[in-house]
Design a protein around this ligand. Structure first.
Ligand SMILES: NC(=O)c1ccc[n+]([C@@H]2O[C@H](COP(=O)([O-])OP(=O)(O)OC[C@H]3O[C@@H](n4cnc5c(N)ncnc54)[C@H](OP(=O)(O)O)[C@@H]3O)[C@@H](O)[C@H]2O)c1
Length: 304
């Protein structure tokens, strides 16, 4: 799971190539940490990109150039996962525009969602998502917020058999829905779940994360910064000395806490800024905190 390059090596190599800041020039031989998708064994890089709000923009040349820069950084650092939804307005189209602008679709793991009621509406929405992202096959199709799960899981399975979807998933973004999510994990056996989990929202540790491990379900983490709120909580505060070996920023501190949980496969922080993408990607390299260090991180955060 660990590779031989640590984050500092990559930053130095990038700097030597004149690529500042961060990981812009990290090439594909310096792959980020990965974890296996239990259903297949496929290696998934631990840092992806969320697109809620941040990809909901007009497709002007400037806006697309910025999103292309962000996605290029993800791919250059060895990442691949983009998470979107028809609920995120223009985001799926913007992903398609970024691919049209020169990102190789084969370098991406495209995750979207179905968010409607009924079989026909669901199938038509899933096909529209693929069209908007200019792809024949979607890597991961998730039932958004458990909406009409039984109906859509059946359609997703049919589309998997037809080669149009690779993996199935269920998502939610609140701790209050995790009991229902647990029941649906048992009933429908998705290959992925996507849930909220961060230093500010640790409820998933109790039931959902252990259940995902037990059932062999990959786990994506949404709202890893509590939609930005975690940065406000540490505003003006220094990183603790004990984290200096594995985190160079608060963003990396928050993300390393998440991806070091054994049940977590990949975190999907959202950003509209290339330098924040470079920062977040740094969390995909180097040492991961062990259980004792994770406890220390949580206690430190609670003490703020
Ligand atoms: N399934 C669901 O129900 C559900 C619900 C919510 C979200 N999601 C998914 O999860 C993704 C992530 O969740 P989220 O969008 O709610 O929020 P998030 O990733 O927790 O936080 C995003 C915020 O953090 C800021 N940020 C990102 N990197 C930063 C850095 N290195 N330093 C400082 N600030 C930074 C961003 O601002 P800048 O733009 O300025 O960087 C943005 O305001 C979504 O985009 C979506 O794909 C799914």
């Amino acid at each position: 799971m660990m590779n031989t390059w640590n984050r500092r090596d990559v930053l130095m190599a990038g700097a030597a190539l004149g690529a500042l800041p961060g990981l812009t020039m990290a090439d594909k031989t310096q792959a980020m940490l990965t974890k296996p998708i239990p259903a297949s064994g496929e290696a998934l890089p631990v840092i992806g990109l969320g697109t809620y709000n941040v990809f909901d923009v007009d497709s002007t040349p400037d806006q697309i150039a910025t999103r292309k820069d962000i996605v290029e950084q993800l791919v250059s650092a060895g990442g691949n996962l983009l998470d979107t939804s028809p609920m995120y307005n223009r985001s799926e189209k913007v992903i398609g525009d970024v691919i049209d602008a020169g990102i190789d679709r084969e370098d991406l793991f495209l995750a979207t969602k179905v968010w409607t009621d009924g079989r026909d509406a669901g199938i038509s929405q899933m096909k529209q998502s693929a069209d908007l992202m200019r792809t024949n096959s979607v890597d991961l199709m998730q039932v958004h917020n458990l909406r009409d799960t039984a109906v859509h899981m059946k359609s997703i399975q049919e589309l998997q058999e037809a080669g149009q979807i690779r993996y199935s998933g269920l998502t939610h973004y609140t701790a209050g829905a995790q009991a229902a999510l647990g029941r649906e994990m048992q009933a429908f056996k998705p290959q992925f779940i996507q849930i909220n989990y961060s230093l500010g929202e640790r409820e998933a540790e109790r039931n959902v994360l252990p259940l995902a491990e037990e059932l062999g379900i990959a786990v994506l983490i949404n709202r890893p910064f509590q939609s930005g709120r975690l940065f406000s909580a540490v505003s003006g505060k220094e990183l603790p000395d004990f984290s200096r070996d594995f985190a160079e920023s608060w963003g990396q501190f928050f993300l390393k806490f998440i991806i070091s949980h054994p049940a977590v496969t990949c975190a999907i922080p959202a950003t509209s800024k290339p330098h924040h993408m470079a920062d977040n990607l740094g969390a995909g390299f180097g040492e991961l905190p062990d259980a004792a260090m994770r406890q220390r991180m949580a206690e430190f955060f609670e003490s703020l």
